[in-house]
Design a protein around this ligand. Structure first.
Ligand SMILES: CC(C)(COP(=O)(O)OP(=O)(O)OC[C@H]1O[C@@H](n2cnc3c(N)ncnc32)[C@H](O)[C@@H]1OP(=O)(O)O)[C@@H](O)C(=O)NCCC(=O)NCCS
Length: 146
């Protein structure tokens, strides 16, 4: 049974440990704390039996939604957890009156690109050299929420 909750300050240590294992770029405890404290941001956690198995970070950036990151633990993938986390992000943004969500994704990250397409995102453009370590172009994608 998966429960999805909006993270609070008590979870920053666990979130940083999760990000060290599953985020492309590790987020520190301070980074999570900063996002959790902002009124215009939300960090959603998927829990399975008291363990964080998925995380998504979303922000209202000057009137547009922006997905900073999403990841699911290896053993829990392909069970719809990322899709559930994305739905929570959409709900958060819509509650804040927004109807567009943007993101960037490595062009080689087929799993994530497929996830975003399944959620209804469309590619707007390719951002050359957007990523470092390793260097790679990004798809810039947008979803117009109904
Ligand atoms: C991308 C990621 C978050 C997907 O998480 P997930 O919980 O496995 O995704 P879901 O089970 O919700 O899958 C939803 C859809 O995404 C696509 N998808 C996810 N994993 C896929 C895979 N391995 N191969 C092909 N499509 C995949 C499919 O369309 C899937 O729908 P389907 O299962 O009905 O075919 C996960 O693979 C991950 O954590 N990757 C590492 C971190 C990362 O790359 N994050 C994105 C940063 S931009």
């Amino acid at each position: 049974m998966i429960d999805i909750i909006k993270a609070d300050e008590l979870l920053v240590s666990e979130l940083a440990s999760f990000s060290a294992r599953f985020f492309d770029e590790k987020w520190s405890e301070a980074c999570f704390l900063n996002e959790i404290k902002k009124l215009n941001s939300a960090v959603f956690c998927a829990f399975c039996e008291n363990e964080i198995v998925g995380v998504a970070c979303v922000e209202n950036q000057f009137g547009d939604g922006y997905l900073h990151n999403i990841a699911v633990a290896d053993d829990y993938r392909r069970q719809g957890i990322a899709h559930q986390l994305m739905d929570k992000c959409f709900e958060f943004l819509q509650t804040n009156g927004l109807n567009k969500m943007f993101l960037e994704v490595r062009m080689s990250n087929t799993n994530a690109v497929n996830l975003y397409k399944k959620c209804g995102f469309e590619t707007i453009c390719i951002r050359k050299g957007f990523y470092t370590n390793p260097s790679e172009d990004a798809y810039s994608m947008v979803l117009e929420m109904k």
